[in-house]
Design a protein around this ligand. Structure first.
Ligand code: APR
Length: 233
């Protein structure tokens, strides 16, 4: 039986109305990464960082899973083998579509973490830097449970094990600009997996893939996985 690993990026959530990062109207065109997605930026101005993520949490409330999310959840249900969905996305649209085995390597928008006691809590509204931690009751240390640039992504051992044992690696909706995610295709190729890219356009590491299908995620993702549903391939 073949193990399958799928890596998703912001392009999978774009048709649900959530902004991507590097498009002409992307998040990194409107905000400086160093201000809102680094520990240094948070230390400089926690309020600015909270307002950035509070706005993304508000946008997520209005978003619904699209056909790409739903197709991945259906494939996982019918697949007769190991399956891991690795996502760079911090939204919960994969889970709301029914995906179960999801590794959020960049953390989750709907969780906050206390920088003092390290406890993690669910959150679905705005966070204020001055709020007290529900765990240690100390104020001023709450942050989004999101992995910032310069921080270690989550779940890497689990992800590396799954890739080392997969026969099919599919990358969907990511520009292939950010490591270690952008390097996963190299590890999958070393493991002998077939590597497929499903994206709006050929990504920065597109040359690594055996096959590329280009178009809207809500179309190319369902098409690709429908042809494999239940086959174990
Ligand atoms: N269907 C398919 N692909 C799409 C769609 C769509 N509707 N819309 C955009 N795309 C593609 C773009 O062509 C691009 O290649 O999705 C990709 C999005 O790229 P980025 O905006 O760079 O997002 P991503 O690859 O997820 O970024 C990776 O960078 O800043 C960090 O932490 C952030 O997790 C993020 C990481």
């Amino acid at each position: 039986m073949t193990g399958v690993v799928v890596l998703t990026g912001a392009g999978v959530s774009a048709e649900s109305g959530l902004a991507t990062f590097r498009a002409a109207d992307g998040l990194w065109e409107k905000h400086r990464i160093e201000d809102v997605a680094t520990p240094e930026g948070f230390a400089r101005d926690a309020g600015l960082v909270h307002s950035f993520y509070n706005a993304r949490r508000a946008a997520l409330k209005k978003a619904r899973p699209n056909r790409a999310h739903l197709a991945l959840a259906e494939f996982e249900r019918e697949h007769r083998g190991d399956f891991l969905l690795v996502t760079q996305n911090i939204d919960d649209l994969h889970e709301r579509a029914g995906s179960g085995n999801v590794a959020h390597m960049h953390g989750e928008l709907l969780k906050m973490r206390c920088g003092k006691c390290e406890k993690v809590f669910p959150i679905d509204c705005g966070i204020d830097a001055r709020e007290k931690c529900p765990g240690c009751d100390v104020a001023g240390y709450l942050r989004p449970d999101v992995v910032w640039f310069g921080e270690m992504p989550y779940h890497l051992p689990r992800i590396e094990r799954a890739i080392a044992n997969c026969a099919l690696f599919v990358s969907a909706g990511t520009s292939g600009n950010v490591y270690p995610a952008a390097g996963f295709v190299g590890a999958a190729k070393s493991a002998g997996a077939k590597c497929v890219e499903l994206n709006l356009e050929r990504s920065a590491n597109g040359g690594w893939f055996d096959e590329g299908r280009y178009g809207l995620a809500s179309e190319v993702v369902p098409e690709f996985f429908a042809a494999r549903a239940g086959t174990g391939a």
